[in-house]
Design a protein around this ligand. Structure first.
Ligand code: PLP
Length: 378
């Protein structure tokens, strides 16, 4: 059975051009970049070239770039590192639609006595930036807001919040994980105090994150014990992954128009297919500016988890916004923040397409949905 993979927001297949470069770099430069001998110096050169390339693409300085093990690690570093840096600032302004890599560190800080001031989110999946700006005061430890929501694809007005934070001298943390390859690079966001990316979300390697530090208040290191990355993240750097990440970034920016077009075409095909098949659906966050190809769809009268499993049996991979924890399915915190009730929440699925998604994959999804919804399977 040919599988239809419609879960590119979870992870993407590595681009063969990137994979080839990663393998060649791992084979050709086996040294530790901190070593003083030739092998070390050659590996260091590769690492620094990758850093410089990413910096150039983002229009920042090479020293602003820190390689981490994942975006999750970057988020933890930003949040705990900024909270520790200015302990007299006990209030944090945060959006409730962030990824768990942001929310769970915030929950821990709340248990330790920090006050989390949650931003408001509309039914359209957009955070209310005007209201957030009003709550942006100099006593904040920091503010945190994502650029593109991973569940709905809604693009947030981060630049608007950045202006407010600047005025109040409040550091802003921005999760930019779901942006590359989906939305144009927004040069205004380069000046966020901390931002981070995850190359495996744009056809790059896993196990590496890119953290960009621009602010006067840079976070205290979370991982220490080696001095690497200018003492901002200890641990031997993965040189081949850094080189591959730079190439993946370059390709995502170079091919942005084509990628967006392909994603939009497939999205149109999918929605038209559902319509033609007479399958009732509601597109969550439909009125928000959205990353093309990210579809959070509600199927009234059906249970998302059961749809997911039946689709999987028919060779189609999709995801739920809701998360499985301790054996039970929890409603999506993003859809909850948007005001969806439990029934609406549990009947929603997330489909994330990419420029690589083929027409036959979309057809498989629509066919499988027709079979499932016309039987009593869910
Ligand atoms: N932020 C967002 C918006 C994500 O979608 C993800 C991954 O799902 C992450 C952060 C975490 O990225 P990583 O897998 O690199 O830890």
């Amino acid at each position: 059975m040919i599988r239809a993979y419609l879960d590119h927001n979870a992870t993407t297949p590595i681009d063969p051009r990137v994979q080839e470069l990663q393998t060649a770099t791992a084979e050709g430069f086996p040294g530790n970049p901190s070593s003083l001998h030739r092998e070390g110096r050659e590996a260091r050169r590769q690492l620094e070239d990758a850093r410089a390339r990413i910096a150039e693409l983002l229009q920042v300085e090479a020293r602003d770039i820190v390689f981490t093990g994942s975006a999750t690690e970057a988020a933890n570093t930003a949040i705990f590192g900024l909270a520790n840096k200015r302990p007299e600032h006990r209030r944090i302004l945060a959006s409730p639609i962030e990824h768990p890599c942001v929310l769970e560190p915030l929950e821990r800080l709340a248990r330790e006595g920090f006050e989390i001031d949650w931003m408001e989110t509309g039914n359209d999946g957009l955070v209310d930036i005007a209201a957030a700006r009003e709550r942006c005061r100099p006593d904040l430890a920091f503010a945190v807001l994502m650029q593109v929501n991973n569940e709905t694809g809604a693009i947030q007005d981060v630049a608007g919040l950045l202006d407010g934070c600047r005025e109040m001298r409040v550091p802003l943390v921005v999760d930019r994980v779901q942006a590359p390859g989906k939305v144009e690079n927004d040069p205004r966001l380069r000046d966020a105090d901390v931002s981070f990316f995850s190359p495996h979300k744009f056809n790059g390697p896993r196990g590496i994150g890119i953290m960009v530090l621009r602010g006067e208040t840079s976070p205290q290191a979370l991982v220490i014990g080696g001095g690497q990355e200018r003492e901002r993240r200890a641990g031997t750097e993965n040189v081949a992954a850094a080189v591959a990440a730079a190439r993946a970034f370059e390709l995502a920016l170079e091919e942005i128009d084509l990628r967006r077009l392909k994603r939009a075409e497939r999205e149109e095909q999918l929605l038209a297919g559902l319509g033609d098949a007479g399958i009732e659906y509601v597109l969550n966050a439909a009125s928000a500016p959205r990353a093309p190809g990210v579809l959070n769809l509600r199927f009234p009268g059906h249970y998302g988890e059961s749809l997911l499993m039946n689709l999987d049996l028919r060779g189609v991979a999709v995801s739920l916004g809701s998360a499985c924890s301790s054996g039970s399915i929890e409603a999506s915190h993003v859809l909850r923040a948007m005001g969806l009730d439990l029934e609406e929440n549990y009947s929603s699925l997330r489909l994330s397409l990419s420029h690589l998604t083929k027409s036959v994959e979309i057809n498989s999804f629509v066919r499988a949905m027709s079979e499932i919804t016309s039987s009593t399977e869910d």
